[in-house]
Design a protein around this ligand. Structure first.
Ligand code: 13P
Ligand code: SF4
Length: 372
């Protein structure tokens, strides 16, 4: 886990003393992300003395992050836990959160489908969405009476940006009577124009639940094309794509296969078709985690946002994870310091126009009724 320069400054100042550090040749911090400033990288070959186990909530990170990072995070984790209690708040975290958030402070973790379902079940007054904006909006749509916060309003999604309500109205004119299935990675306004929503975890079942020969599937062209390979229903796709998953290629995966005999490849259905053709398993983020926990492969390439491999690797130490590492810049806007600030200052509240929310809720609730 590494912090942005800004957070590092803040967290560092909160600690009166640094934990015990020994320089040992050959040892390195366990997790770091190239896009984030990592102060430990400036200390060559750093390792923390195998000191006593952590006390308190930071103990959840033991064995997942280096002890030095846990020690630095500890005051922040304690502050977040205290604020959660004071606000009667829960933290919902998507599987793409960094390990400090995912293992350290999240109350509920999962894919978009699980977060939508569990957001509607929580008795908490305040939901902090450690995920992107459409996820926070979905939580608000199913919980209009609750306060939903997102630590960074700029945490968007290339798919959500790719389509507007006006686009859907034009498509309906072009394909009269054809139902619109909308991926949850869309704005509340787009959901409000849709017949039903879906996620990557239930897309095939949602399409088939409509009992029609043809649907418009918006906005992810790759998820749409993958659904088309799994059903007899004709799929009309839009040209949206995920800026993270569209960068993977089948050619790079063939190199993994050729150089690592027996390695398993699992991929998210937002990937292009040549990638999915190389995959041994295709599924949502939660689907991939379930597959890994069932199959327990010796070695695996996870073709998705790479924080997820860090999160799952911590739970499956016997599996060797290879990460063709693409980070989602939107997901990575969510940080521990941002979560603390959200709870402390009750910011940034996600609001949905009530008239839009009523129509969007119908599309989300129809999705939640589909059995998978
Ligand atoms: P999941 O619903 O599979 O978690 O995917 C959400 C997402 O944004 C993937 O990029
Ligand atoms: Fe959107 Fe892709 Fe980021 Fe998921 S990974 S939030 S689909 S940009």
């Amino acid at each position: 886990m590494c912090l942005s320069r800004e957070e590092w400054g803040r967290v560092y100042r909160r600690r009166p003393t640094l934990p015990h550090i020994i320089r040992t040749p050959g040892a390195r911090a366990k997790y770091s992300s190239d896009r984030y400033y990592c102060p430990f990288r400036d200390i060559q070959e750093l390792v923390v003395a195998p000191t006593s186990t952590q006390a308190g909530p930071a103990a959840r990170l033991e064995g997942i992050l280096p002890d030095v990072e846990i020690a630095i995070l500890e005051p922040l984790i304690e502050e977040i836990e205290q604020l959660k209690g004071e606000r009667n708040a829960v933290i919902l975290a998507h599987n793409y959160m960094t390990p400090d958030i995912y293992h350290g402070v999240a109350d509920i973790k999962g894919d978009s489908l699980a977060l939508a379902r569990l957001a509607s079940d929580t008795p908490a007054d305040v939901i902090v969405m450690a995920g992107v904006h459409f996820m926070a909006e979905t939580a608000k749509i199913v919980n209009p009476q609750k306060t939903v916060l997102i630590p960074d309003l700029e945490a968007g999604c290339s798919l959500a940006e790719s389509i507007t309500p006006q686009d859907i109205r034009l498509l309906r004119e072009r394909y009269p009577g054809v139902p619109v299935v909308t991926y949850v990675n869309t704005s509340a306004e787009v959901k409000a124009e849709s017949d039903i929503c879906c996620t990557s975890g239930n897309a095939v079942q949602v399409v088939e639940s409509l009992g029609v020969d043809r649907v418009m599937f918006l906005p992810d062209q790759y998820l749409g094309r993958w659904v088309a390979t799994q059903t007899e229903v004709e799929i009309i796709v839009w040209e949206g794509s995920c800026m993270v998953h569209e960068r993977f290629t089948g050619a790079e995966l063939r190199v993994y296969r050729d150089t690592h005999p027996g390695i398993q490849i699992i991929a998210h259905p937002e990937c292009p078709p040549d990638v999915l053709e190389e995959a041994d398993f295709v599924g949502s983020t939660a689907g991939m985690i379930r597959w890994l926990k069932t199959e327990r492969p010796r070695a695996v390439v996870m073709v998705t946002e790479c924080s997820m491999s860090d999160n799952v690797a911590a739970e499956l130490p016997e599996t060797e994870f290879t990460q063709p590492c693409n980070l989602c810049p939107h997901m990575k806007r969510i940080t521990m310091a941002g979560i603390r600030d959200a709870l402390r200052d009750m910011r940034f509240e996600v609001l949905v126009d009530p008239e839009v929310a009523v129509r969007a809720r119908l599309a989300v609730e129809r999705m939640l009724e589909v059995k998978i």
